[in-house]
Design a binder for this molecule. Structure first.
Ligand SMILES: [Zn+2]
Length: 490
């Protein structure tokens, strides 16, 4: 996951000791023999489930093998090697593979067409975040080890563990002689951690490949007390660099009596973007924002966002404007943001330096909800700056993409919930959307995507000592087996 990683944001909700609930393996629905040729009832799928248990060591070997490749997109390392291994693993479980070269890292795809009614799509990535700072790792980031019921290594949670668990679900069905009850596709890219710059290129050229009846996105895991969570969407983003230069070079600060200040111009411009209650003052900023649908309100009402824990985690007494209850949920799921990510000007070192800086810059991100277009917001931002006397503030660089989410009442969401119940033995918590961002918009209107995975609160995604619980990993494989079983009933 990238940027304000969804699990990073969500992780503040998961402080409790995990409470494990073993799945009741007899608690499964019965196959419809008319839809699947090689299954005669619910019992049959259990041999695939038993296979998962029996071969867990081998599947972990596969995970270790992939994690040993330091496929850091930001450094361009290990990319070819990882893409080749993923292709090999996909083809070994019966998928017809193809590697799409892009202007950046290749996109590995796999598909199996069984001629059945339904198609399931997986979106994953084989790249990882840099492992630095290396001295904070208790074991080597690229030599995964198991301790205390967890496997540690860069990529175990984000997202190589999910990818391998999905591949092993395919393997379990194949090796136990099951004919796949659905068609399956995989899209595994190699630049997710650097904002997927070339995925749009792939998506445009292969629009039909993105179509499916349901899709599983790349991240997810368990929340408070071990409850699994599903995320049905991702917010969009507009990220801009704001820059002001008013002098040819830094001046002695005594000259502030006659010279203009870039730093003040920038902070005045930034202050004009938002009022003191946090409402964005850019004209037309909220134009596209739609209220939550009744079904979304119902889902939000059911969710417990653990306000107390959230506040404790950040050491605050109150949320912004004293929000609570449904207001917090509305903000979390359906409010766009305007946030200063970084500010830079003048002297930041020890002691004093009396200087009037020639330049000032800021990095600002806007999290966007459905109905907002990043290019439109960029235009409105430019207009706002010009109309408020800040034409000197330049926007030399920007990037972004829109939000997307699956309808909360889509039947595929119920299918995922049913599969989760069979694997984990409890009801999955449904988040309308994550407050984080990702390239989900490319799949909008092509497939309802649900994000589930084998991570958890302690996974330390993007940080040293990244890990997943072996138990979650094993059950996540089973959840995908059950999902494939449930999907033919979609
Ligand atoms: Zn990530």
């Amino acid at each position: 996951m990238q940027r304000a990683s969804p699990s990073g944001l969500a992780s503040v909700f998961f402080p409790f000791v995990q409470l494990f609930v073993w799945p009741r393996l007899s608690d499964h629905s019965v196959f419809d023999p008319g839809l699947s040729s090689n299954t005669s009832g619910g019992i049959m799928i259990e041999d695939a489930i038993a296979y998962v248990d029996r071969t867990i060591g081998r599947s972990l070997q596969d995970l270790k093998r992939l994690c040993r490749i330091p496929s850091v997109a930001a450094k361009g390392e290990g990319i070819t090697e990882a893409a080749e291994l993923v292709e090999k693993m996909l083809s070994e479980v019966g998928l017809q593979t193809r590697v799409y070269e892009t202007s950046g890292s290749p996109v590995v795809t796999g598909k199996v067409d069984t001629g059945t009614k339904r198609t399931l799509l997986f979106y994953d990535h084989y790249d990882v975040q840099p492992a630095e700072p290396l001295d904070l790792w208790e074991s080597s980031p690229y030599n995964p080890v198991i301790r205390n019921g967890r496997i540690f290594g860069r990529g175990t949670a984000d997202n190589k563990g999910d990818l391998i668990s999905r591949i092993w679900a395919m393997k379990a069905l194949k090796e136990t002689g099951h004919k796949l009850p659905i068609n399956v596709k995989f899209i595994v890219e190699g630049e997710e951690e650097i904002s997927s710059p070339h995925l749009p290129e792939f998506a445009r050229a292969n629009a039909s490949f993105l179509k499916a009846d349901g899709g599983i996105w790349e991240f997810g895991g368990s929340g408070p007390g071990g409850t699994q969570e599903a995320w049905l969407g991702l917010k969009g983003i507009l990220y801009v660099q704001l820059e002001v230069q008013l002098l040819s070079h830094d001046a002695h600060s005594a000259n502030a009596c006659v010279l203009p200040s870039a730093a003040y111009t920038l902070v005045h411009a930034l202050a004009s973007l938002k009022d003191q209650r946090g409402r964005v003052m850019i004209r037309g900023f909220y134009d596209g924002v739609r209220p939550l649908t009744p079904a979304e309100v119902e889902a939000a009402t059911k969710m417990d966002l653990q306000e107390r824990v959230f506040k404790e985690h950040y050491g605050i007494e109150e949320f912004l404007n004293g929000m609570s209850g449904m207001e917090v949920k509305e903000a979390y799921y359906n409010k766009p943001t305007c946030n200063i990510c970084g500010l830079d000007s003048g002297w930041q070192g020890e002691g004093s330096k009396t200087v009037l800086p020639a330049k000032a810059s800021a990095k600002v991100d806007f999290r966007l909800v459905e109905g907002m277009d990043p290019e439109d917001i960029l235009r409105k931002l430019r207009l706002h700056l010009d109309q408020n006397g800040f034409s000197a503030v330049n926007i030399p660089w920007h990037e972004g993409y829109p939000a997307a989410k699956a309808p909360v009442d889509h039947p595929f969401v119920k299918v995922v919930a049913a599969a989760n119940r069979r694997a984990f033995g409890h009801d999955i918590d449904i988040h309308i959307t994550s407050p984080g961002s990702g390239p989900l918009y490319l799949f909008k209107d092509k497939v309802p995507m649900v994000s589930i995975g084998c991570g958890d609160f302690f996974s330390r995604v993007h940080s040293p000592n990244e890990s997943i619980m072996l138990e979650n990993y094993q059950k996540s494989i089973k959840r995908i087996v059950y999902l494939m079983d449930e999907m033919e009933h979609l």
